[in-house]
Design a protein. Structure first.
Length: 247
């Protein structure tokens, strides 16, 4: 069986077998075996290819690492744990946005705290014009999932839906100008995810608490780690099922 993840990642990034062979110092036929026969490259070659396509080794070759090695790398992906979202310094949010060069992906229900930054729309426009892909996933304000979460937070059944509508209105200029792609989802949101290239803030959700009072994991992606990749795949899963907003 071919390694579809490796094949798709190379195609998506515009690399052919000759380019991979040159980068890794092997024969092109060896690269073809890695792709078509799902042969596992040596670790140094895996690291080179993973860096080329900006994917984790564990995504391209899920069974390549021994469990103990994978566990150690995954633990190292945790940069810091904050007891509450409001404990994350504003400077940290600004730094993560500023350093993003390829990808800003946000999964929330409303994310209204983001709108407290009066420069956010302008900053996102500038990032998009510099080539950063911006994807925003907000809750569907008409969904039962948003209504239920609102009740669970103790703020009333319709309060969170109103926040989502306000957030959609705030971010709509980005969608209208083509600087961001915005979708609405109907998932049960176990975590809010804020990804900035290879760094991520994961706001875990706790029953009975507003998101601002729940813990946050600061993750940094490492080749061979599982934790960052798990949340990245979760975001993509929600994105694939989400719909265009009803403005």
């Amino acid at each position: 069986m071919p390694n579809q993840r490796l094949r798709d990642s190379l195609l998506r990034n515009g690399f052919d077998t000759n380019q991979v062979a040159k980068a890794t110092g092997v024969d092109p036929k060896t690269v073809e075996r890695w792709i078509n026969l799902d042969r596992t490259p040596y670790p140094r070659h895996r690291r080179t290819i993973a860096a080329m396509v900006r994917e984790a080794e564990t995504y391209l070759w899920p069974n390549a690492l021994a469990p103990d090695a994978k566990k150690e790398i995954t633990q190292s992906e945790v940069v810091q744990v904050y007891p509450h979202r409001h404990s994350v310094p504003q400077e940290q949010w600004s730094h993560l946005v500023d350093q993003a060069r390829l990808n800003i992906s946000i999964l929330v229900y409303s994310g209204m705290f983001l709108t407290d930054n009066p420069n956010l729309i302008r900053t996102f426009r500038q990032k998009a014009e510099a080539g950063v892909k911006i994807r925003l996933l907000l809750g569907d304000p008409a969904s039962r999932e948003v209504a239920r979460r609102s009740e669970e937070e103790g703020i009333g059944k319709g309060t969170l839906a109103a926040k989502v509508r306000n957030a959609l209105a705030f971010f709509k200029p980005l969608a209208d100008s083509g600087h961001a792609e915005i979708r609405c989802h109907r998932t049960t949101l176990y975590n809010s995810i804020y990804r900035f290239d290879d760094e991520m803030l994961v706001n875990t959700h706790v029953h009975g608490f507003m998101a601002a009072h729940a813990p946050v994991l600061h993750l940094r992606r490492l080749s061979g780690g599982d934790l960052f990749e798990t949340y990245a795949e979760s975001f993509q899963s929600v994105w694939d099922d989400a719909k265009q907003p009803k403005w």
